[in-house]
Ligand binder design. Structure first.
Ligand SMILES: NC(=O)c1ccc[n+]([C@@H]2O[C@H](COP(=O)([O-])OP(=O)(O)OC[C@H]3O[C@@H](n4cnc5c(N)ncnc54)[C@H](O)[C@@H]3O)[C@@H](O)[C@H]2O)c1
Length: 248
């Protein structure tokens, strides 16, 4: 098992890529704090604990520093330490022409997708520094942190920010044994993408040379790789897991 004895927090762990990551992590031996604004996180924690795994639920909005502090404290209280932070929580706010985009729409996306990553990284790294035994951070960015898309100024700016904060923290903390990396998914079949059969989904499928959307489990495996000692020489990078989307 690749994560035996490790304690992890997965933000946005109640659904989609986060949920798949929680399931992958417990299978690989980790104890996991599932952090989310949704009650589905409590149900997932209960289900996994009933199956013999060790998880806890933290109700936390990642854009609120007080709640992030409590979330990190819960890992320490419940499991005694923190080894891995997966900063995955994010929203795919509706696309909009910038000329019509209310400031509030921009701010909400940046607050959750970028400031949420800043706060989750800040408090996880502080805890890891206190422990003095290194750690691993995996931020969930997007292909849209590397390339543009129509009517997505807010989302692409937030994810471009995640790619670059990852570089910056990666070089800042590598010597402390804290590896900070990001995964950049292509379009993945999660609730964020909406119901199947819609024109938008058909458009997304066509945009991937591999000819389909990604599965949440395929992103979870990449996150697990970066979080584990298998990635012991990987720092400050963004791993594209995108079915060839950005290679075209
Ligand atoms: N689905 C895709 O195509 C895709 C592609 C690239 C990147 N991503 C990124 O992957 C991450 C996960 O997305 P997903 O597709 O699994 O979406 P999802 O909607 O299935 O899951 C997102 C989870 O985050 C939680 N969340 C939302 N705001 C939060 C907040 N403020 N604090 C804490 N939790 C919050 C939601 O409750 C939900 O459980 C996001 O950062 C998203 O931008 C998704």
């Amino acid at each position: 098992m690749k994560l035996q004895g490790k304690v992890a927090i997965v933000t946005g762990g109640a659904s989609g890529i986060g949920e798949a990551t929680v399931r992958e992590f417990v299978r690989e031996g980790a104890r996991v704090v599932i952090a989310d604004v949704s009650d589905a996180g409590a149900q997932l924690s209960q289900e996994l604990n009933d199956a013999g795994f060790d998880t806890a639920f933290a109700r936390a909005d990642v854009s609120d520093e007080a709640q992030v502090i409590k979330m990190v404290a819960l890992a320490a209280q419940r499991f005694g330490r923190l080894d891995i932070m997966v900063a995955n929580a994010g929203i795919g706010a509706p696309g909009m022409n910038i000329a019509e985009m209310p400031l509030e729409h921009w701010r909400r996306t940046i607050d959750i997708n970028l400031t949420g990553v800043f706060l989750s990284n800040k408090h996880a790294i502080a805890r890891m520094q206190q422990q003095g035994q290194g750690g691993a951070i995996v931020n969930v960015a997007s292909v849209l942190g590397h390339v543009g898309a129509p009517n997505a100024a807010h989302y692409t700016a937030s994810k471009g920010g995640v790619v670059n904060i990852t570089r910056s923290l990666g070089v800042s903390h590598a010597r402390e044994g804290i590896r900070v990396n990001a995964v950049c998914p292509g379009f993945i079949d999660t609730p964020m993408l909406g119901p199947s059969g819609t024109p938008t989904r058909e458009h997304y499928i066509a945009a991937h040379p591999i000819g389909r959307l990604g599965r949440a489990e395929e992103i979870a495996q990449a996150i697990r790789f970066l979080a584990s000692d298998d990635a012991s020489f990987v720092a400050g990078t963004s791993l594209l897991v995108d079915g060839g989307y950005t290679a075209q």
